[in-house]
Design a protein around this ligand. Structure first.
Ligand SMILES: [Zn+2]
Length: 297
């Protein structure tokens, strides 16, 4: 049994009500059971979502850039360098009284490509875990309105950010489906620990993911993600116990529903699961391991 399974969860955690920003200009519409839409997020949390037009199997409907608070505003993941996306982002920053800074959930280009151009127009500090950053993120660090929360798994430099009663989850939790976990050191165990840590926090009640829709049932979604991971691990252990050893057989047994274009993502996630079992010394001998030697996650 993994540590996460052993922890268990209380299903009765009160929703967060005290973390709504006090100076929302649209405060009049802040009512019990706010509209569960982008407009509701803007009205009650002062968070604007801008979705870039870079849809794909991995980016879903496109990358979400989040514009948080005002005078000055902060940006989570400027996104890809697409003219229309930049134009809307710059207009939002303008309307919100300038840029206080930028935080990056991770440095994959669909989240970070526009950083340089944005900071040329609006010089401001950049907080990220790797690459050229003014502030190098660490777990628990406060940056602007955010608290950084280390969430390895999708990438070794991945952080979530908590502010204004929301958690910006990048590619650690998406609006739809599950995420690609990459095989870096401690990826899968770190990921489960991060999901569990987020689940136990009480300072947010909505998830703002890197891709897909706003998640208003934050706790349920985190529990679903934890359960999903544990389910895949259990299926993998079962398949190994049945004697399956090749990548192809393990994928077929554990990820039977994955379409062809997401097979490389499933293979990387399989590798991360196998790494975890090896670390826990429960991986049988003779298992074929995916190789990603030259891959930069
Ligand atoms: Zn992404």
């Amino acid at each position: 049994m993994s540590g996460v399974q052993a922890l268990g969860f209380s299903a009765n955690v009160a929703p967060v009500n005290g973390s709504i920003p006090p100076d929302s200009e649209l405060g009049e519409s802040r009512t019990e059971g706010a509209a569960r839409t982008d407009a509701g997020l803007l009205a009650d949390y002062d968070i604007l979502r801008l979705r870039a037009s870079n849809p794909s199997p991995l980016t879903l409907t496109g990358t979400n850039t989040w514009v948080v608070g005002r005078r000055p505003t902060w940006v989570v993941d400027p996104g890809p360098l697409i003219d229309e996306h930049m134009r809307r982002l710059l207009a939002a920053i303008e309307a919100r009284g300038g840029l206080g800074g930028v935080v990056l959930t991770h440095d994959h280009s669909d989240h970070s490509e526009a950083v340089e151009t944005l900071l040329e127009v609006h010089p401001a500090p950049l907080a990220a875990a790797r690459g050229r950053a003014d502030i190098t993120l660490a777990d628990g660090m406060h940056v602007g309105p955010f608290q950084a929360f280390f969430t390895p798994g999708h990438a070794p430099d991945h952080y979530a950010f908590i502010a204004n009663g929301a958690c910006f989850t990048g590619d650690a939790v998406l609006g739809d489906g599950s995420v690609l976990i990459t095989p870096h050191q401690g990826a899968m165990s770190g990921y489960l620990l991060a999901l569990t840590g987020l689940r136990l926090r009480e300072d947010f009640n909505v998830l703002c993911p890197g891709h897909g829709e706003i998640v208003w049932q934050a706790r349920e979604k985190l529990e679903e993600y934890i359960a999903h991971r544990i389910d895949r691990e259990n299926r993998l252990i079962l398949a190994l116990n049945e004697g399956l050893r090749t990548i192809q057989d393990l994928l077929a047994a554990v990820w039977p529903e994955v379409p062809e274009e997401l097979r490389p993502a499933a293979t990387a996630t399989l590798a991360a699961h196998l790494d975890k079992l090896e670390d826990e010394q429960i991986l049988p001998r003779g298992v074929q391991r995916p190789s990603f030697e030259n891959e930069q996650w």
